[in-house]
Design a protein around this ligand. Sequence first.
Ligand code: GLN
Length: 499
Amino acid sequence: MEKQLTLAEIQDFKGKYPKQLWFLFLVEMWERFCFYGMRGVLTIFMADKMLGLSLSDKDANLKYGAIQAFVYAFTFIGGIFADKVLGFKKSLFFGAIVMIAGNLIIVASPQHFFYLGITLSIVGTGFFKPNISSMVGELYKEGDPRRDAGFGLFYSGINIGALLGGAVCVYLGTSPDYGWGYAFLSAAIVMIIGLVTFMFTKKTLGPIGDSPLLHLSPTKRTTKEIMVYAGSVISIPLIFIMIKNTDYTDYFMYTIGPLAILYFLFETLKEKDHKSRMKLIAAFIFILFSIIFWAFFEQSGGSLALFAKDNLHHNLLFFDINPNIVNNTSNSLFVIIFSPLLGLLWLAMEKKKIEPNTVVKFGIGFLFLALAFYTFYYTRFFADVQGLTSLNIFTLAYLVITFGELALSPIGLSIMTKLSPKRLGGMMMGMWFLASAYGQYAAGILGAGMSSPDDNATLMVKLQGYTEGYKQLAIYALIAGVVMILLSPLIRKLMQEVK
Ligand code: GLN
């Protein structure tokens, strides 16, 4: 039998990336295929009058927002159970099984079992998503300067999966030769590939992600684990009801955030080491700022999708292309191209001792966000009399927003793993994603505020409304970036030795 690697042996890797990162990259890539594949077909399936759920556009949008918010909110719960009972590996395994079950249930009859299946997807993603990122963090020793670049690479995997999943599932779901069942089936198959990849490679992770209860007797440990599994199953009808009735989403969002903050305070006060406590507060500040970032960024699934549908010409450089395809794919494509390059840039800057610290990188992320929304605003100056404007400028804005995302999102994952004590790693990663849940939620509200209340408004009026909204977002993003950079000395004090 092969000898199990120790943590020190894993973390003492040579070269730029540890080999285990590639395995986690692949597993996460398949999971994101499944997730973004589902996300891509969700709204159109719900609104499909013939073979879908025949919801009105408005209801389909509301439900889409609710499902997205729930998915990310459950990462907080999944993170806590991983820390306290299951450990990352078992959490991941359980989450993957539940996600596969969810997809297969929908395949059986999309029109009948959709809500049940999607409920399982929510629970499954909650156990899966935060914990795989936490394991990436554990591949690195404290202070290893290669960590950010590692998360950058991991982030490319996320986006390769997102791009493929979005394309394949939407194609299958909307094709007259296949249909919705095939879209969900492909997501299930791909998730099985992800799970099998994990099962075959998890031994290379050595002790990373093992149960936190190894000191207990196996019987006691198993009892606790079974309680978590059983608790998750029991919660399914409750989540099912909340998804079916979107009014409950508001109550849920009003409750989960304050509860999360209370729990965070409880754990922070329980933390005996003063330095660790300060680091947790710094992590919390990053999380708060990220809510603003996602609320703006996630216009892509809402108002920018409508803007793309109504107000853009169909020519990109020398091609004729549907602007919604550009809206759905350009961000992932730019991440895949630029994330590794940016990772190498950070490493090169680190060697020259000129790498910006994490707080400043976050601030830069907001500055790019501001520039991107200013560019979305600027499309109004290229509009013709009908209110149609340039897809080229729109795509340029996506390039700029991607740089903002790359300066904030992978770095955010990385900093969560640097600032969290080991016993709270899953919870803090879950909180990071909980911020995304609030971002998604706020994005819908912001987007609704920008859209014209009159369904028969001219394209010009719609263009004015959206671009004016984007200008406002640009200003707020700029303010957030400047505040972050001004606060950087204070936040860095809280971060102690962490860079
Ligand atoms: N696109 C990234 C992912 O899917 C970030 C998502 C988020 O945090 N909102 O992991």
